[in-house]
Design a protein around this ligand. Structure first.
Ligand code: KG4
Ligand code: ZN
Length: 392
């Protein structure tokens, strides 16, 4: 089954063609990072306009990279929730129109499901995603990496377990794809949740953040430190030259499997103010100018270490609470973080290029929804839900 996946929930315009939920024939992602780096964050109206410009060229390139025609596409999948209202509208209206025009079944997919299902996708050597030279018809063949072999290598390359730190993980089943029941740790710019999955397309939220998402926390701390948007990759880069033990930052005391990240952001703010010797009323946007380069590195490293520890502690606690769980899958933009990957050596992670928003994960999630009996939606009435939870 060939599914065209379309994703526009935030600031990436993406489309991909995926075979049977696992094999990526093409994946095109046009990011608006360059636009929003200038402003230090996403401006929803600008994001929607940029999606509108990029959407059809991205869909056409996804089809041409995969060398498939509309006749060969079996279904269209699109993100309809959650996300920015204007951004979701562009993707869903495009998908609805294409479904009617080409007479294809249309499936609406929740963004967090897509992130989780990125763990089922094989690795993919992305082609040049520049649209400037995009061929207009389905003519060029995508360079699809021998993915399964790669995944096998990855799993056999897994680091040995540190028995003290990861004893819960030693109980997990090792396989090439996540086994059920599983725990998914979703860590993105808008969400931080632990999901329990009994089987395909069965999601139960067992932990969630009370305030900020961890990705949002990376972005806000990066702003305090004067590092460019998006904050996650900037912090990770700056942390490389820093001492993670230089500043001691608190772990929030949140019961059960829930999270809180706004206190950590404030703790960094207070520590920076203290370090440079200014009162707490000092404007935070002027703080970065008072920090030395080394201090920025040290703060980035100390913050990243603390954020990763908080996530690791909770997932280990979750494994204690759910002893029958066979695997852990990490998902969402923050799953690109190398330090988090090292801290959870036996968890599944998407290949780094599929950690962020992309169309392939939408197509993958749709395939497993279809397998579990989900029916197509009405292309004339499909709605968007900017804030709906995964289990609603
Ligand atoms: O999943 P995603 O692309 O979009 C949402 O659904 O929100 O996640 C974006 C988030 C941003 O907050 C970004 O700073 C964070 O993922 N991120 C990272 C890294 N790469 C992206 N956070 C930590 N380390 C990274 N390497
Ligand atoms: Zn996302």
């Amino acid at each position: 089954m060939l599914i065209l996946g379309i994703e526009t929930s935030c600031d990436e315009t993406a489309a991909a063609v995926v075979r049977d939920g696992r094999e990526i024939l093409s994946s095109v992602v046009v990011s608006q990072i360059d636009i929003f780096a200038e402003y230090g964050g996403v401006i929803p109206e600008v994001a929607a306009r940029s999606h509108l410009e990029a959407m059809m060229p991205v869909v056409n390139k996804a089809l041409s990279d995969a060398s498939v025609s509309w006749d060969e596409i079996d279904a269209i999948a699109v993100t309809h929730a959650p996300g920015l209202l204007g951004s979701l509208l562009i993707g869903t209206l495009t998908a609805r129109t294409l479904a009617i025009l080409h007479d294809k079944p249309l499936y609406a997919v929740h963004h967090l499901k897509s992130h989780v299902y990125a763990n089922w996708l094989n690795s993919f050597e992305s082609k040049d995603t520049s649209l400037r030279n995009a061929p207009s018809g389905p003519s060029s063949r995508a360079s699809v990496a021998p993915c399964l072999a790669r995944r096998q290598t990855c799993s056999s390359e897994k680091r040995p377990l540190d028995s003290k730190q990861n004893n819960q993980f030693s109980m997990l089943q090792k396989s090439q794809i996540p086994a059920f029941p599983l725990l998914a740790l979703v860590v993105s710019g808008g969400h931080t949740q632990i999901l329990y999955m009994r089987g395909h397309n069965q999601f139960e939220i067992v932990g969630t953040t009370h305030d900020d998402a961890v990705g949002e926390c990376f972005d806000k701390v990066a702003k305090i430190l004067g590092l460019p948007y998006p904050g996650g990759p900037s912090i990770a880069k700056a942390a490389k030259g820093g001492n993670p033990d230089k500043y001691r930052l608190p772990h929030p005391k949140v019961e059960g499997l829930d999270f809180s990240f706004s206190g950590l952001k404030t703790a960094v703010l207070r520590a920076v103010q203290k370090e440079v010797g200014v009162p707490i009323s000092y404007p935070s946007h002027k703080l970065a100018g008072l920090l030395s380069e080394q201090q920025v590195h040290d703060f980035a490293a100390s913050f990243q270490k603390t954020a990763v520890e908080i996530l690791t502690e909770k997932i280990n606690f979750a494994l204690d609470m759910y002893p029958k769980v066979k695997s852990v899958a990490v998902a969402g933009g923050v799953s690109a973080n190398q330090s988090l990957r090292k801290a959870l050596p036996d968890a599944f992670f998407p290949v780094p290029s599929l950690s962020g928003d992309n169309g392939a994960m939408v197509a993958a999630a749709c395939f497993f929804e279809i397998l579990s009996g989900v029916k197509p939606t009405n292309p004339y009435t499909l709605n968007i839900y900017p804030r709906i939870a995964i289990d609603k």
